[in-house]
Design a protein around this ligand. Structure first.
Ligand SMILES: [Fe+2]
Length: 212
């Protein structure tokens, strides 16, 4: 058996980038079309501006290994709604994730398959644990870049469609006009059926048992 070489990656907190990454990708404002409530406000934004970028390290191993990296989210609003990431549940939904705040101030918005919402505020040196089975999306609450380190199992994968299929997440996070945030219901949200919600948990458990 050939062992993977240990390595280190230096995080440039100011730039929101991780050195010695194996990959980097960018999501522009235009890539996030359809995610925000206020389409009129969205149309006034520059579609080629960077909304967020990720530098990551993907190890050669699969199951049991870890992917890690750094996300930098630009600040901004679409109407009164804060800039956000696309959000996902892990394709293997029983896989968790850790985030570690480095700079700025944001929110982890989480939703269970049966529509329970949880939020966690993250600032520098805050660790956020996203347990298995939670849909998760990051939101920049501040007026500066929001930078986090993340790590999740290498076999987790991402299912971005789960949010689209329900008409968005159950709540939206908007400016409260007093320097803070508040959560409002998303009227387009379509609750998953009990069977769908159970299926997300059940299929994932099945996938795990098939590979163990
Ligand atoms: Fe994730």
């Amino acid at each position: 058996m050939k062992l993977t070489e240990p390595s280190t990656c230096l995080v440039d907190v100011d730039q929101g980038l991780m050195g010695d990454a194996t990959g980097r990708y960018i999501k522009t404002v235009g890539d996030l079309a359809g995610l925000y409530a206020d389409s009129g406000a969205f149309s006034t934004l520059q579609p080629n501006d960077i909304a967020y970028e990720v530098t990551e390290f993907r190890p050669p191993g699969g199951e049991g290994d870890l992917i890690f990296g750094v996300t930098r989210m630009a600040p901004g609003r679409v109407g009164d709604e804060f800039f956000l990431t696309r959000g996902h549940i892990h394709a293997r939904a029983d896989r968790p994730e850790i985030y570690y705040g480095q700079k700025g101030h944001g929110l982890m918005l989480m939703e269970s398959p049966d529509g329970v919402t949880r939020t966690a505020e993250i600032g520098p040196q805050t660790i956020c644990y996203v347990p298995p089975y939670w849909i998760h999306r990051s939101i920049n609450l501040g007026n500066e870049d929001y930078v986090m380190m993340f790590s999740y199992p290498a076999d987790a994968g991402q299912d971005y469609g789960i949010i689209e299929r329900s008409g968005g997440m159950r709540v939206r996070i908007v400016d409260d006009g007093r320097g803070g945030w508040r959560s409002i219901d998303n009227p387009n949200y379509r609750a998953r059926s009990a069977a769908d919600a159970a299926g997300i948990v059940g299929l994932s458990s099945l996938a795990q048992s098939n590979t163990s």
